[in-house]
Design a protein around this ligand. Structure first.
Ligand code: GDP
Length: 331
């Protein structure tokens, strides 16, 4: 195992914006080792007063819609305005495949060399809940390190969009013209979560089709009830490659922030996200403790067999294992 620094060295390094230490601290919060968990708790506690000040943006869309190209272009635009940007990813595919759709090193090549940007893909081999937990903590570390804007990117193929929506201030859905909702695998619920929908690849021969799609999606959004933020979702065309519409999207993001700071939604939303985070942590901790328990480990094969042999109902087997776990916890 790589040598660990002291908690103060990590916290001070982060607070002075040292990226190498920031990276190493993120590795610690991702670590499953018991001693690292304690270290991570201390680091987070130390940096807590410096968190919460960034603008948190969630970006989703199906593979191929242009997320990494878009983030590269938007990121270059934002850093060009003097802001420091961190990009974190939640990639549900990394667990199953061992590789990952988002973790590819060639993604966001330009941004990865930009001194004002910091890019960190999610750790693999974790449950989605575990990845979400890590990402929230990584976000706090980045905020303490002075990043003004945090983009959290996820592939729009499952539950991860809801998780990203639950930890960001602004949620952007990237879509393509003419692919059809069903083809894009985008559910109505995800469209409903979006603060803005950007129709990407609105360039060349695709432009006219993108403009039509903007109209169609705008009409579709009118059918949804007004979001709690009070901000009417926008639909806009953009091209991540031709760099068009990117400034418009940034202005929308800023006006959304103005609007939600003005009506109190911004803080109310963060408060309820924190409550949600607390419950997620409880679930995650209970789950970790359960699967790390020696008593559970000793009995799980037998209980599993009894279920697969049809001798015991899954419900009863679960109850039995939980009792074994609780009994061990009491001792
Ligand atoms: P991701 O899987 O959502 O991250 O998508 P990528 O950013 O990797 O882009 C997928 C493909 O679409 C790549 O070949 C990009 O060059 C292309 N692409 C991305 N944005 C645009 C765009 O605005 N216009 C056009 N024409 N192609 C784009």
């Amino acid at each position: 195992m790589r040598q660990r620094l002291s908690p103060d060295e990590y916290s001070n390094g982060i607070l002075t914006g040292d990226r190498i230490i920031l990276s190493r601290a993120i590795t610690i919060i991702e670590s499953q080792l018991r001693e690292d968990r304690e270290l991570s708790r201390i680091i987070l506690n130390n940096i807590l007063p410096e968190t919460g000040k960034s603008l948190r943006i969630g970006i989703t869309g199906v593979p191929g819609v242009g997320k990494s190209t878009f983030i590269e272009t938007l990121g270059t635009y934002i850093t060009g305005k003097g802001k420091k940007l961190a990009v974190l990813t939640i990639d549900p595919s990394s667990k199953k495949t061992g590789g990952s759709i988002l973790g590819d090193k060639t993604r966001m090549e330009k941004l990865s060399h930009n001194p004002k940007a910091f890019i960190r893909p999610s750790a693999s081999n974790l449950s989605l809940g575990g990845v979400a937990q890590n990402t929230r903590e990584a976000m706090l570390l980045c905020e303490a390190a002075g990043f003004d804007v945090i983009i959290i990117e996820t592939v729009g193929v499952g539950q991860s969009e809801t998780i990203v929506k639950g930890m960001t201030d602004f949620f952007l859905l990237l879509m393509l013209a003419g692919a059809g909702d069903e083809l894009q695998g985008i559910k109505k619920g995800i469209m409903e979560m979006a603060d803005t929908i950007a129709i990407n690849k609105a360039d060349g021969t695709n432009k006219a089709m993108a403009d039509r799609a903007v109209q169609e999606y705008s009409n579709a959004l009118h059918l949804f009830s007004k979001p709690e933020s009070g901000f009417t979702p926008k639909v806009v065309p953009c091209s991540a490659i031709a760099n068009t519409g990117i400034d418009v999207i940034w202005r929308i993001i800023l006006s959304h922030r103005e609007h939600s700071l003005g009506n109190g939604f911004f803080h109310k939303n963060r408060q309820s996200q924190n409550i949600e985070w607390m419950y997620d942590s409880i679930k995650q901790t209970l789950q970790n403790r359960f699967f790390e328990s020696d008593a559970v480990a000793r009995n799980i094969a037998e209980v599993e067999k009894s279920v697969s042999d049809g001798k015991e109902l899954p419900l009863h087997a679960a109850e039995r294992l939980l009792n074994i776990f609780l009994h061990e916890e009491e001792e």
